[in-house]
Design a protein around this ligand. Structure first.
Ligand SMILES: *Cc1c(COP(=O)(O)O)cnc(C)c1O
Length: 392
């Protein structure tokens, strides 16, 4: 048995510290937006290298408030991607704006900057790239297009705590950056949590008001807000975990290197972070044509594998009214059919990663075909090189 994720293993490692932090909050009698939250905000802003951090009750709330703080609402359009968790799209709809999808790049799997300009209309107000699986979108071209057209950039960094692009941290390049601390994320609370980071004081102030009923002082509501506050217990837990995030991230990165090396023998298409990016491997996905067979095979062998994500947002029934159909975003749709996520978490032992790969290798009937088809794909320009190489 190799689970896809093992949250208990992480808790076991740091149990005394976590238990003490929780006990401290319980006996303090202060449960919402108190000293633990303020301490966490200061430390997480520093971690992201931004001047402000506002902690909220989920990543979805972070996205919603970032959009509202940037003045986005009814009648506006926000350019984003469909290869993401639905929350990205949902938050845009909560704000009253319309999501406009562009396809992703076939190598990085993040927003294809070459497609953005054609999607800009007079109603476009923002670009919302997603740092999928822990790899940052190509922020330089995204920022220059945004500046040229006067658009706000909001980073969905829910999967990318500590990821870097040309030496700059996730969340710090756009006007606002949004994080999730859902338990399975790289930095996870013991419940729901999220944060908005920004360098702009006026945006920070708006997020701060909006998350707490628009109160400037108690019962003095200067704008219509929300109850999106973070709990003290969650902040206390995050304060403990923040001390470990860098070493956990390095463990994820070395596991990914190990997978890349092992899978290159099988000619699998692996993640290809550009040299200027620090991938934090929230998810480790490979692409393969006989994905569903491989998924069944791994699950039969007791290995937790997953798909992130099997149905792109634009083809979800819930968002049919946006008017997209199959074929509109071909790269996204191919990825949804070919993605296979293998177990990756700091506590996963390297020999377990090797066991995952040998299970795939032993599937004799499956893999020769797969290797051949991947080799065939390599000869086409739009697909990747082998696993132990990187995109330039
Ligand atoms: C997890 C996630 C969210 C939503 O965060 P929650 O804390 O679950 O609300 C948004 N975007 C992406 C890309 C995510 O992975």
């Amino acid at each position: 048995m190799i689970p896809f994720l093992d949250l208990k293993a992480q808790y076991d490692q740091i149990k005394p510290e976590i238990d003490a932090a929780v006990a401290r909050v319980v006996s303090s009698g202060h449960f919402v937006l108190g000293p633990e939250v303020r301490a966490f905000e200061g430390r997480f802003a520093e971690y992201c290298r931004t001047s402000h951090c506002l902690a909220v009750n989920s990543g979805t709330s972070a996205l919603h408030l970032a959009l509202l703080a940037a003045g986005i609402g009814l009648g506006d359009e926000v350019i984003t991607v469909s290869m993401t968790f639905v929350a990205t799209t949902a938050a845009i709809l909560y704000s009253g704006a319309k999501p406009v999808f562009v396809d992703v790049d076939p190598v990085t799997w993040t927003m294809d900057p070459d497609l953005i300009e054609a999607a800009v209309t007079p109603r476009t107000k923002a670009i919302l790239p997603v740092h999928l699986h822990g790899l940052m979108a190509e922020m330089d071209p995204i920022m220059s297009i945004a500046r040229r057209h006067g658009l706000v950039v909001i980073e969905d960094a829910a999967q990318a705590h500590g990821a870097e692009y040309r030496g700059r941290r996730a969340g710090s390049i756009g006007d606002l950056g949004c994080f999730s601390f859902y338990p399975g994320k790289n930095l996870g609370a013991f419940g729901e949590g999220g944060a908005v980071v920004t360098d702009r004081p006026e945006l920070a102030r708006r997020v701060s008001l909006l998350r707490d009923w628009g109160q400037e002082t108690k019962y003095n509501h200067i704008i219509a807000g929300y109850n999106y506050r973070m709990d003290e217990i969650q902040s206390a837990i995050l304060n403990v975990k923040l001390d470990y995030i860098e070493s956990w991230t390095e463990s994820r990165r070395s596991l990914a290197e190990r997978y890349n090396g092992l899978l290159s023998e099988l000619a699998f298409a692996c993640p290809q972070p550009p040299r200027h990016s620090r991938h934090v491997y929230h998810v480790y996905s490979v692409r393969l044509q006989r994905r569903d067979d491989a998924l069944t095979l791994l699950r039969d062998a007791g290995i937790g594998a997953g798909i992130h994500y099997p149905i792109p947002v634009h083809l979800q029934k819930a968002y049919a009214e946006l008017g997209y159909t199959a074929g509109d975003l071909p790269v996204t749709e191919n990825l949804a059919n070919e993605f296979l996520s293998l177990p990756i978490y700091p506590e996963l032992l390297p020999d377990r990663a090797a066991a995952v790969v040998s299970t795939l290798r032993d599937a004799g009937a499956l893999l020769p075909t797969e290797a051949a088809s991947n080799r065939a794909q390599h000869s086409q320009s739009f697909i990747t090189r082998s696993c132990n190489r990187r995109a330039s």
